[in-house]
Design a protein around this ligand. Structure first.
Ligand code: PLP
Length: 342
């Protein structure tokens, strides 16, 4: 039985074409600044986003953490959505690496509105921490791959300008927001001071993320990357995979979105699950369990049926479509799910 792995878009394996690019990459010592393939990737991705510079880092976590560290001082306060990756899945990084105080805000679909930012800025006096940073996540993982409303992002930027706040984007899946909305990568990310994006999610590279920003900021990030232990030597073999990914795997993301809708509609047709279809904007499907069954049981049964998914709460599971599952695979997954649950 073929496994149809819907746990995450991180499970993709490099294709033979990508492996070819890896095998033939010209490399050098990137800590010395000598790796031509890394240099090419950094130039190419900076260009895609209309930024001055970019930096290759081993993971999205390191990308976010370096940005927060470089842009802040210990004791500053960070405003972010309660469900965000930076706080929930990065091992308390903002506290440990940057010494930030975190204010978790409850949002609709991951969007911290301009009004919420305004309401949560503390008065400037000697008792209070300085509210200095805001982060957003686009698309938003725990909210189900939702795309942030760009008009509101621009309004938050205005509040950041008014109160001198730093605005960071966790854009691990910004590629999906771009493919689904038709807005350019540059337009989606221009309001932010710093941006981190992943090559190893929907784009299918085995590892790697990029930080984007101004040249001076990126040089500070390069130093922080060394501090974090992320300076790598002949890493052009990974950069080659990243280059292959950004050149070949962006436009096809719409297929993943079509497949996610197919899955969501199929699950909704069963009595066991209910999916808010309005949230299925990209490649993530969060299904609520409406039958009297714990998520653990469902996850175990599906795994045994060759359809691994992840638990997303006591009564929720998450499925993610990606490069290594086809529309036919998703139909097959639905058949297997339908045999177990109705
Ligand atoms: C995957 C992901 C990251 C980065 O995670 P790594 O495992 O460190 O690559 C960051 N933000 C979001 C929203 C993600 O989904």
């Amino acid at each position: 039985m073929k496994t149809i792995d819907l746990r995450s878009d991180t499970v993709t394996k490099p294709s033979s074409e990508m492996r070819q690019a890896i095998a033939t990459a010209i490399v050098g010592d990137d800590v010395f600044g000598d790796d031509p393939t890394v240099i090419e990737l950094e130039k190419h991705v900076a260009g895609l986003f209309g930024r001055e510079a970019s930096l290759f880092v081993p993971s999205g976590t390191m990308g976010n953490q370096i940005c927060l560290k470089v842009l802040s001082e210990p004791g500053w306060e960070l405003l972010c959505d309660r469900e965000c990756h930076v706080v929930n899945y990065e091992a308390a990084g903002p506290v440990i690496h940057a010494g930030l105080l975190i204010n978790l805000l409850t949002t609709e679909r991951g969007m911290i509105t301009a009004e919420m930012v305004r309401q949560n800025i503390r008065p400037i006096n000697l008792h209070c921490p300085l509210t200095k940073l805001v982060t957003l996540e686009n698309t938003h993982n725990r909210h189900g791959g939702t795309i942030l409303p760009q008009q509101e992002v621009l309004k938050v930027r205005e509040v950041c300008d008014e109160f001198d706040l730093i605005f960071h984007l966790d854009g691990a899946r910004i590629w999906n927001a771009h493919a689904a909305s038709g807005k350019s990568l540059e337009e989606l990310t221009a309001p932010f001071d710093s941006v981190s994006v992943c090559l190893s999610k929907g784009l299918g590279a085995p590892a790697g993320s990029m930080i984007l920003g101004g040249a001076e900021f990126i040089e500070k990030c390069r130093r922080a990357r060394k501090l974090f232990g992320g300076g790598m030597r002949q890493v052009g073999i990974l950069a080659a995979a990243g280059l292959y990914a950004v050149k070949n795997n962006i436009t096809r993301l719409v297929d993943d979105h079509t497949n996610a809708k197919l899955l969501a509609e199929g699950l909704n047709a069963l009595d066991t699950f209910s999916v808010d279809l309005s949230r299925v904007e990209t490649n993530i499907v969060v299904a609520n369990i409406v039958a009297d069954l714990p998520a653990e049981t469902i996850v175990t049964n599906l795994s045994e049926a060759g359809v691994p998914v992840v638990q997303f709460g006591p009564r929720k599971i998450r499925m993610v479509t990606h490069l290594d599952v086809t529309g036919a695979d998703c139909k097959e997954a639905l058949d297997r799910i339908g045999e177990l649950f109705n």
